[in-house]
Design a protein around this ligand. Sequence first.
Ligand code: ASP
Length: 337
Amino acid sequence: MSSRRKFLKRSTLSSFGLMTTSLFSSACASNDDKIKSNISTSKVKFPFVISTWENKKANQAAMDILVKGGNALDAVEAGVKIPEGDPEDRSVGYGGRPDRDGDVTLDSCIMDSEGNCGSVCFLEGIKHPVSVARAVMEKTPHVILAGEGAQKFALANGFQKENLLTEKSRLEWEEWKKESNYEPVINIENHDTIGMLAIDANGDISGACTTSGLAYKMKGRVGDSPIIGAGLYVDNEVGGATATGMGEAVLRSLGSFLVVELMRQGMSPAEACKEAVMRIVRKQRFDNIQVGYLAINKKGEYGSFCIHEGFNYVLTSDTGTKLNKSVFHLKVKKEKK
Ligand code: ASP
């Protein structure tokens, strides 16, 4: 096993140890039959918006645009800007946890129904990386801008440079530095990283994904979230998919692209998400990390699947907003304190 793999494996294990409530996967808690019986196809009338974890306000901002006849691209940008601007969302934008050097570095991408896409990674000092990603898509011949170049482009396009490290995040980082263990926390619950997919009244799909990535990551580390095909993929003929969790596992399998291609071959969104997750479990032999996929198709069907119990997602349609628990591969057993 490479040392990087060992690190990722070790770090996730030790981060579990840091939690007040220890979480362990129960090896015998699930089997394929059980998973199969849990996978049913859910369908909703469009327009609708769906996003990873629990950010209802983000969905509402997107839905406000969709109900007025707005397009899915504007909706997903407006939606994910909510956690980007919220200092209490600790895995996204302003207030996101910094890297090991104390710098908040952001990853984000956006993709529209015509296959246009834009992305920024390792971007510092700009509160709304998704809007910079959209500007990359609309104003440059490129797909990805990184680091200093991304910031220079943002500043030249009217974005303001701001300090994104809040006092809360700084104090936590100071605390982390005392031990300075190289242990980015991959929680299996309570993420804020947001991947959002929307289908507008015309039936057109767009998506966005944005994150500050792993807390206390190595300087320069970029995860799956800004990589088209990994953290997000949309093909308007088929559907869209987005990912959350351990970016390295998603990158190795180009997970969101895989989910969309599996849907193209006839799988439902939930079945495709399950196959992409199980490929990580089988091929990468990790079951101590979290990865969750969320997908929609052109018919308005949606579904998700994750390695560990605990991933959830929010769906907003004309019938309101609903928090859904994802189907999972491994059950989490909460140990008594
Ligand atoms: N996928 C993100 C990353 O690896 C993290 C997350 O979803 O929480 O950067």
